[in-house]
Each structure stands twice: as C-alpha cells, then as structure tokens.
Design a protein around this ligand. Structure first.
Ligand code: PEP
Length: 254
C-alpha cells in the first residue's frame, strides 16, 4: 500500500515571522497525520528556518528547484547537494511555472532529476498540460513526453518509489480544479505508461494531484484509486486549510 503524501509549495511567498507561525501549525501535522508523508517546500532562503522549526516532527522539507550542475560558476543557482546539506529531503522539479516562465525544457528537467538523485534528494517531478493542449486533446501526448524525458535520461529504475505530481497548468492558482475523473484518468495513464517498462516500479509510484486543491475538494480527489495525495500551492500558506488537506489524505486510506 502506497503512503499518501501532501506537499506544500510555498512558491515565492512568506517572510520569517509569517513562516514561524505557519511552521508551528504544520509541525503538529507530523503526529496528527502519521500515515501521510507531509512536506513543505519554502523558498531556498527559508529552508534552514523550516528545517529547524520542524526538527523531530516527522514533517519533511523540500526545495522548489535545483540546478542540474553540482557546483561551479552558475551565479544565482542552487545545487542539489546544497539542498541536501541544509536538510532537504525533497525537491520540486519541472513545475509548470519553471517550464513556462523560465523556459525549462523536458531535457533540462530530466538533467535536474538526475542531479537531485545524485545528491540523495527525492524529486517531486511535475508534469501537466496547458489549457490549449487539453482542448487540442493532446494531454496524454504532453504528459507522456514529459515523463519519457526522465525515463530516457535516467532509466525507469530511477522512478522506484518516485513522487510524480500531475498538475494541469489550467488548474494551478486559478481556482479551477480538474474533476476527480479527469485527474484519475491522467494518473492512471502515468501509472500505465511506467508499467509498460516496469510494473513493480509503476505500482510504487506516489502520484500527487496539484491544481487548486482545497479542503472541500481534497477528500474526493484523494479517494481516487491512482491519486496518492496532493501538491498544494495557495492553500499550503494557510495553516487551517493545509491541515484539513493533510487530514483528508489521512482519511483517504481508511
Ligand atoms: C502549485 O503551484 O503546485 C499548485 C498546485 O498551486 P495551487 O494549489 O495554488 O493551484
């Protein structure tokens, strides 16, 4: 049985004082939702603050991106070994904001995936189609291509116990959520695509849904067979909402 996961993507939000209050509330979720992997991914500079506030709580910390290089003359970049060094366990890679606003290609995301694994981090690999692509009925083609880039570069074994977040771009920060049926269909597609290479690896994949997840839609989404939790943006900045989403994940395996 896969362990559900809820990860908060804080994006470029928060300052030390607000973070402290939020982290204090999130800390309690480690015990309260012991059957869920709970993680928060703050901006890089606040990783040490999060690590310290969550010490011993069972709540993990992740970065929001990393370089595909391990060190060197890459001004402004943060390397995967640095994230590991300051206590990150996870790193979000290929988020649609990185792909669209910063032009990250499938190949670059795959190189970052390899760099993260070299450093002992667990990547949370984001995939998902734009509204235009959904309307053109090429969702599976797009998600398949994003997934294949990693399989081609790193091999299917690199997906052993991996976390993949399906995030339809049209549902991120828009208040528009994929229906549980739409999300489940793509999650099943991802699992089957990996199963074509290795059924055991496919079965162990932790598949998160992301895109306007809120306390009132989390239960239904997490109740779907191939949805193992969520990657949460806006609602992860509100302690009550994030807590309710984690509790929905805890109940999803009852
Ligand atoms: C995200 O950015 O990963 C995300 C899912 O955002 P939101 O929950 O705000 O749609």
């Amino acid at each position: 049985m896969r362990k559900p996961m809820v990860a908060g993507n804080w994006k470029m939000n928060g300052k030390s004082a607000d973070n402290a209050a939020l982290l204090e509330a999130v800390r309690g979720l480690g015990d309260e939702c012991a059957n869920v992997t709970v993680a928060v991914c703050p901006p890089f500079v606040y990783v040490p603050q999060a690590r310290q506030a969550l010490e011993g709580s069972g709540v993990a910390v992740g970065g929001q991106d990393c370089s595909d290089n391990d060190s060197g003359a890459f001004t402004g970049e943060v390397a995967a070994p640095m994230l590991a060094d300051v206590g990150c366990e996870y790193v979000i890679l290929g988020h649609s904001e990185r792909r669209t606003l910063f032009g990250e290609s499938d190949t670059q995301v795959a190189a970052k995936y390899r760099a993260a694994q070299r450093a002992g981090l667990k990547p949370i690999l984001c995939v998902g189609e734009t509204l235009e692509e959904r309307e053109q009925d090429v969702t599976e083609e797009v998600v398949g291509r994003q997934l294949d880039a990693v399989i081609d570069a790193a091999g299917v074994a690199s997906l052993e116990g991996a976390v993949i977040a399906y995030e339809p771009v049209w549902a991120i920060g828009t208040g528009r959520t994929a229906t549980p049926e739409q999300a489940q269909t793509v999650h099943r597609f991802i699992r089957e695509r990996v199963a074509a290479h290795d059924a055991g690896v496919a079965e162990g994949l932790v598949l998160l849904y992301g895109g306007s997840v809120k306390p009132d839609n989390a239960g239904e989404l997490f109740g779907c067979d191939d949805i193992d939790g969520g990657l949460i943006g806006g609602a992860s900045l509100k302690a009550d909402a994030f807590g309710d989403i984690c509790r929905a994940a805890e109940r999803s395996r009852d």
